[in-house]
Design a protein around this ligand. Structure first.
Ligand code: NAP
Length: 252
């Protein structure tokens, strides 16, 4: 029980990595607050956890809205009395074009969901964690925008995830003395709807980029998030933790 009785927010919990994390964390004893826009998917995931004697509540909303980050924290405090952790994982790929062809609307959407929402989440979560005497915040970043993974057509996404890595370092430095750890998790290609799930050509291309010649299962990334949220990573803060099948050290 790596997360016994810890009250943890997961965003992007309706699908992919977030849904895998919800199942994994619930099995490790966490009390979960699940967020994403699709209510029916969240309800189904929470019901399954509760039917198996886990503890999960959910609230549908858009991470771009400041009020939503606050509402998720309020729900944690109302339901579980405290907030110990957050897996801020919601994200979008957005349209993939070279920058001269990219609409400003696409740029703004990607930056809002992947970066500005992280700022809003931290603003809402840190005071609650400080009251609880500490906590752990994990943001899902990406191999894109880090090391040598310069992927064409992904300028907005790469900028958002690189920006997120910088935000994580600042937050970690600002709140280390309060016992709040803040880390980024950098997955490689992962089998989820955003990762090309159901499209064998796309998945084969992405798998081939990795030295391990495969994509991650969403549960493998959730396990890395579990480590960062648990006390086993108690001396880690400000880290860009890579779980990318060797993508960052590939030869070409
Ligand atoms: P996914 O299956 O498409 O899941 C994305 C999640 O984010 C969904 O639950 C979605 O829920 C939620 N979301 C998107 N926009 C939102 C918004 N405006 N407000 C609230 N929730 C929102 O993709 P995934 O691969 O699991 O992605 C999870 C994270 O991993 C993302 O940050 C992504 O950038 C990152 N990542 C993925 C890969 C990969 O290869 N799959 C690699 C590196 C990093 P709703 O649609 O219900 O809102």
């Amino acid at each position: 029980m790596e997360l016994e009785d810890k009250s943890i927010i997961i965003t992007g919990a309706s699908s992919g990595i977030g849904a895998a994390a919800a199942a994994l964390f619930a099995g490790e004893g966490a009390r979960l607050i699940l967020g994403a826009r699709r209510s029916a998917e969240l309800e189904a995931i929470a019901s399954k956890i509760n039917a198996a004697n886990g503890k999960a509540v959910f609230l549908a909303g858009d991470v771009k809205e400041a009020g939503y980050a606050d509402a998720l924290v309020d729900l944690a405090l109302t339901e579980f009395g405290r907030l110990d952790g957050a897996f801020n994982n919601a994200g979008i790929l957005g349209g993939m074009e070279p920058i001269p062809d990219m609409e400003i609307g696409n740029w703004n959407d990607v930056i809002s969901v992947n970066l500005t929402a992280a700022f809003l989440a931290a603003k809402a979560q840190i005071p609650a964690m400080a009251k609880a005497g500490g906590g752990s915040i994990v943001f899902t970043s990406s191999f894109v925008g880090f090391s040598n993974a310069g992927m064409p057509g992904m300028g907005a996404y790469a900028a958002s995830k690189s920006g997120l890595n910088g935000l994580v370092q600042s937050l970690a430095a600002e709140h280390a003395a309060e016992g709040i750890r803040v880390n980024a998790l950098l997955p490689g290609g992962t089998i989820t709807p955003a990762g090309g799930e159901g499209n064998p050509d796309v998945m084969a291309f992405i798998a081939g980029l990795h030295p391990m010649k495969r994509m991650a299962d969403a549960k493998e990334i959730a396990q890395a998030a579990l480590f960062l949220l648990s006390d086993r990573s108690s001396f880690m803060t400000g880290s860009p933790m890579i779980a990318d099948g060797g993508m960052s050290i590939r030869l070409t």
